[in-house]
Design a protein around this ligand. Structure first.
Ligand SMILES: Cc1ncc(COP(=O)(O)O)c(C=O)c1O
Length: 296
């Protein structure tokens, strides 16, 4: 009955408002990268339940992704208590989320960012000792890299490792097999054969990758979509990354091993030129067709 006069409230970094009016920037890294951690705490009879272990886990989660929460657990516990009281919440949950904060988009950790800490109350009624029917599913968390999902936390952490190592990109290796970069597809050249891992569970179907495969064939290269080991990468004649923002970027060094001659190889140069030509052609075709449709 008391739940009827309650008001769901949201606390964000010190400001409180009705939950329905709470707003977060679209550049919050929680929104664009799922770069955050959370807790759900039950509220029984107007009291948060097991608040301390939840907040202890929140601290461990923050540490796991290197977010330094600006508030102590003691402080957040007080925020939760006050919010539950102000909301007049009797039965429901408190949701707590900490994200790395708001910053221009870029995978690596932004400098001087303030984490977004959010606590809100929700009225909910749960059934005691509920009956549940279940199904089994394969544990494939997360083997769907072909989906360009915003759940990018592993990519964010990998990219940050690259930044810390003073290099430009981190390449995911599964077992011994190269998959893709944190923000790019990867390929090697051996002789006149271009080898790139097939798209699928661990590889995004990059738009740049696909264009380059077609251009490579036009250039007379043999194209193999198959995995290769990291040792094969070290021994390759050439290696490159492909992505929308990089187009083609040649790899000079991989885990400290110089690739090929240590200069941009001839096939990578040719692919880059072919890509530029293809790109300029598409842009001018588009401009021509939009100007003729405007004048029509
Ligand atoms: C994980 C990953 N793989 C590959 C790519 C390259 O894809 P595209 O060429 O479509 O930009 C990206 C680009 O963002 C990426 O994030």
């Amino acid at each position: 009955m008391l739940n009827r006069i309650m008001e769901e409230l949201c606390w964000i970094n010190g400001s409180v408002c009705p939950l329905s009016q709470a707003r977060i920037s679209v550049e919050d890294r929680g929104f664009v990268f799922a770069d955050g951690v959370y807790e759900v705490i039950r509220v029984y009879q107007g009291r948060g339940f097991a608040v301390k272990p939840h907040l202890q886990r929140l601290v461990r989660s923050c540490e796991g992704v290197e977010i330094s929460c600006p508030y102590s657990n003691q402080f957040i516990e007080k925020v939760i208590g006050d919010l539950v009281m102000q909301s007049r919440l009797q039965e429901g949950i408190v949701y707590v989320q900490v994200t790395r904060g708001v910053a221009p988009r870029g995978h690596a950790f932004p400098k001087d960012v303030t984490p977004t800490v959010m606590v809100y109350t929700r009225s909910m009624l749960f059934t005691r000792l509920a009956s549940q029917r279940v199904i089994s599913v394969t544990d494939d968390r997360w083997d769907r890299c072909w989906i360009k999902s915003i759940a990018l936390l592993p990519n964010v952490l990998a990219k940050q490792k690259a930044v810390r190592a003073g290099v430009d990109e981190a390449v995911f290796v599964d077992g011994d097999h190269v998959q893709e970069g944190a923000t790019s597809n990867v390929a090697i050249v051996r002789g006149q054969t271009l080898i790139t891992p097939p798209v699928g569970e661990k590889v995004l179907p990059g738009v740049t990758r696909q264009i380059l495969l077609e251009l490579a064939e036009e250039q007379g290269m043999d194209v193999l979509e198959q995995t290769f080991t990291v040792q094969e990468a070290y021994a390759a004649d050439e290696a490159f990354l492909a992505s929308t923002t990089r187009e083609v970027a040649w790899i000079s060094e991989w885990d400290g091993h110089q690739i090929g001659s240590g200069r941009c190889g001839k096939w990578t140069q040719r692919l880059s030129q072919a890509f530029e030509h293809y790109r300029d052609q598409s842009v001018s075709d588009f401009n021509d067709s939009s100007s003729s449709s405007r004048s029509a």
